[in-house]
Design a protein around this ligand. Structure first.
Ligand code: GLN
Length: 481
């Protein structure tokens, strides 16, 4: 087993015992990436020179002391290219650290590389990156999921101990599920988004993609909490997210939403989820059926709200302030040409859709209506959480699909997030963790179990996930051992 297959917690044990130095950990990562990333395509950029300077001075007694962490290209790191995998931001070097990066550094962690993603986080396969494709480490003819596909792939391929991603409609949980990792989406407002290149501001959250549940809790300990630079971050007390790990599940009630167990789920995914639910029962949890009646509207509502917000957020890319600037005889043409040359087809499609649903005459029919249905979706969860502690369901309806299979079918691509989107609309927290494999064409393809938790009850959700993980062995299988 490669040294880089270690979890954060196991790496730290070795660092603190003096069996390994932070510099050695970083060197082994550099070697591993050199060995496998030409096949995976997970990194857009990396710099070990600067990282090694930090490693040489790392204090391993800090909460994440000496732990290298890979960062999604949408999150600004000072002095590094931050492009959100878009040509329009080619050449942009961030002059500052996102709050999550400043907090990771304060905890002793070392950012060293940028992971590939769908352009501006719009997509479910990472095929919308303007720069390269990323391949699933379990079967390189398949996609790794998206939009944080690079982050999930590098963790799965042991090219990173852990990574940060962002989740607007499933972009942490869905790639984590398809790559056999743990992906954690915090509640809206739990983690600062200052320095995250915005996609849809009422939905975006930053969170970890890791090998274990404990590692997600460790990263959360470093990044969570109110930030004066992000007015949507909430001033809620930040618990120790590892505090409840290891507690038993007696008295825990898990809700199986009727609307998430429907036709169209691949039989092997359905079987794995049902087996996981039985396993929870054997651990002492009580399973009850719940209903989230507005689920069927989630995808439609999301593609109105997310595109509306994206069209406003992306207005800032005008060729004047950041990145790419087209040559043109006058300012108006410069705006137009810059955006024509800089944005990829999916981003343009979303800007057009978003502008349409906000335009006068249509705003009430689409945008305002969607906001109302969003409230109903949120209320469904509030109702369900009156009787259960968490919701249990699949993360995705299918295992990873083939590269290219859906590139020409945006609607089919949009359906990849059918089970993850509602959590963002409701602002609640969610996690995906490995719960089995499907055997397809002689390859083992990971299946993800999703747990959704009450807003700001992340520690409880992590406890529930951890109990399952520790009594199963799915998370121990490595993609490219
Ligand atoms: N796949 C969804 C989309 O394309 C979600 C993306 C995300 O969470 N960033 O919008």
């Amino acid at each position: 087993m490669s040294l880089t297959a270690l979890s954060i917690a196991d790496l730290q044990e070795k660092l603190r015992a003096g069996e390994l130095s932070p510099l050695e950990a970083l060197n082994s990562l550099e070697d591993r990436i050199a060995q496998v990333d030409s096949r995976i395509g997970g990194y857009l950029w990396r710099d070990f020179e600067v990282a090694k300077k930090f490693a040489a001075e790392a204090d391993v007694s800090l909460p994440l002391g000496g732990v290298p962490i890979a960062i999604k290209d949408a999150i600004n790191v000072q002095g590094e290219p931050s492009m959100s995998a878009s040509k329009i931001l080619k050449g942009y070097i961030s002059p500052y650290d996102a709050t999550v990066i400043a907090r990771l550094r304060a905890a002793g962690a070392i950012p060293f590389g940028r992971t590939n993603m769908d352009e501006f986080a719009m997509g479910s396969s990472t095929e919308n990156s303007a720069f390269q494709k990323t391949f699933n480490p379990w079967d390189i003819s398949r996609i790794p999921g998206g939009s944080s596909g690079g982050s999930a792939a590098v963790v799965a391929a042991d090219e990173a101990f852990a990574a940060l991603g962002s989740d607007t409609g499933g972009s942490i949980r869905q790639p984590a599920a398809l790559c056999g990792c743990v992906g954690f989406k915090p509640s809206y407002g739990r983690v600062s988004r200052f320095g995250l290149i915005a996609f849809a501001s009422s939905l975006d959250q930053i969170g970890p993609i890791t090998k274990t549940v404990r590692d997600s809790a460790l990263v959360m300990n470093a990044i969570a909490g109110k930030d004066a630079h992000d007015s949507t971050s909430l001033d809620e007390p930040v618990p120790d997210f590892t505090a409840q790990l290891g507690q038993d599940l007696k008295g825990v009630r898990l809700g199986m939403p009727r609307e998430y167990f429907i036709d169209g789920i691949e039989p092997n995914v359905d079987a794995a989820i049902r087996t996981a639910i039985k396993h929870y029962e054997s651990l002492g949890a009580e399973i009850v059926e719940v209903s989230l009646p507005h689920t069927e509207h989630a995808v439609g509502v999301y593609y109105i709200i997310a595109t509306a917000e994206a069209s406003a957020n992306l207005a800032r890319f005008d060729g004047v302030r950041y990145g790419h600037r087209a040559q043109a005889p006058n300012l108006i043409e410069q705006y137009g040409r810059t955006r024509e040359e800089g944005f990829g087809p999916e981003v343009k499609r979303r800007i057009i859709l978003g502008t349409y649903v906000l335009s006068s005459g249509y705003r009430d029919a689409y945008y305002l209506q969607a906001q109302k249905v969003r409230t109903l979706i949120r209320r469904d969860f509030t109702e369900a959480f009156k009787t259960v502690d968490a919701i249990i369901c699949p993360t995705t309806a299918e295992v990873a699909f083939k590269v290219g299979e859906r590139s020409d079918d945006p609607l089919k691509m949009y359906l990849a997030d059918i089970f993850t989107i509602a959590a963002n609309l409701a602002g609640i927290c969610g996690i995906s963790l490995p719960c089995g494999f499907a055997n397809v064409d002689g390859k083992q393809l990971p299946i993800g179990l999703q747990l959704l938790g009450k807003p700001f009850e992340e520690a409880e959700l992590l406890k529930i996930a951890h109990a399952y993980e520790q009594s199963t062995s799915w998370h121990q299988s490595r993609a490219m051992a």
